[in-house]
Write a protein that binds this ligand. Structure first.
Ligand SMILES: NC(=O)c1ccc[n+]([C@@H]2O[C@H](COP(=O)([O-])OP(=O)(O)OC[C@H]3O[C@@H](n4cnc5c(N)ncnc54)[C@H](OP(=O)(O)O)[C@@H]3O)[C@@H](O)[C@H]2O)c1
Length: 247
């Protein structure tokens, strides 16, 4: 499934949230395709083999703004071919009991950090760049009241991505709704169910978490495929199948 095109040499990718979990798997997939990868994460440790790493909490919008400035400086003479946003945040609270600060955190870490940075990062993208945001199988669904802040933020992220696609028709935008995977982020969601006395509800309780390597391969392969342009929003099943979502 891995495409090894000579054209991939010397191409540059930015992965916001590329240090662990799903983002780290995507970073590794891009590295194997010979991309020079720039990562952002809270961790100070640079992931193996990446060209540049910036340590930043993207939920701290001032710090994120400064980091975006540093990324612009670093990429000024090397146009960026791929920009992937994978940072996300989810916690479970019983319906109606989500503290206000938690609502804000859900919005900052799923939506605002993308909206704040894209107008600037857009200026260093190559003409045919591919841009992806990461959603969830809940990006377009309802029915888990304890997860409403996350569902709201991911719905909005999908909509924002579709709006970008309409505004910048020369670029290739994707919003991928990915399945449950065993990551530090998912562990934190499960922990919040216990701590906040919420309920756990998955769309695929019968299946085990998806193979993170498979899902990142499908994600990157599809993102780099210039032959299919629509729709923007796609769901990746646990088995690695792609399905259009929405318009
Ligand atoms: N895992 C799942 O089951 C699942 C299911 C559906 C959708 N998703 C979505 O897929 C994406 C990736 O999920 P994941 O489970 O891999 O998430 P994760 O384990 O929380 O980590 C994702 C990446 O984001 C970075 N990160 C987290 N918070 C950050 C912050 N405040 N500032 C900067 N970087 C931050 C992490 O690195 P550091 O720790 O170094 O900061 C890591 O590199 C998310 O958007 C999530 O909503 C995941």
């Amino acid at each position: 499934m891995t495409i090894r095109s000579p054209n991939d040499c010397n191409r540059t990718a930015i992965v916001v949230g590329g240090t662990s979990g799903f983002g780290a798997a995507i970073t590794e997939e891009l590295r194997q395709r010979r991309f020079a990868v720039i990562t952002v994460g809270r961790s100070a440790d640079s992931p193996r083999g990446v060209r540049l790493h910036f340590s930043c909490d993207v939920g701290d919008l001032q710090a994120w703004d400064m980091t975006v400035g540093k990324i612009l400086e670093a990429t000024i003479s090397a146009k960026v071919d791929v920009l992937i946003y994978t940072v996300g945040y989810a916690r479970v609270f019983p319906f109606g009991h989500t503290p206000s600060e938690e609502w804000h955190r859900h919005l900052r870490l799923n939506l605002t950090y993308v909206a704040e940075s894209f107008p600037y990062l857009e200026t260093v993208l190559s003409e045919n760049a591919s841009i992806a945001t990461t959603g969830s199988q809940w990006s377009f669904r309802h029915g888990w009241p304890d997860l409403i802040p996350y569902i709201t933020a991911k719905h909005a992220l999908a909509t924002l991505t579709e709006e970008y696609a309409a505004t910048f028709p020369q670029r290739r935008f994707r919003h991928y709704c990915v399945p449950t995977m065993a990551t530090p982020g998912y562990d934190a969601v499960r922990q919040s169910v216990i701590e906040n006395k919420g309920t756990l509800h998955t769309l695929s309780d019968k299946s085990r978490p998806a193979d993170i390597g498979l899902i990142s391969r499908v994600f990157v392969t599809d993102l780099l495929d210039s032959t299919v342009t629509h729709p923007v929003t796609r769901e990746i099943s646990a088995a690695g199948n792609l399905k259009p979502v929405g318009a």
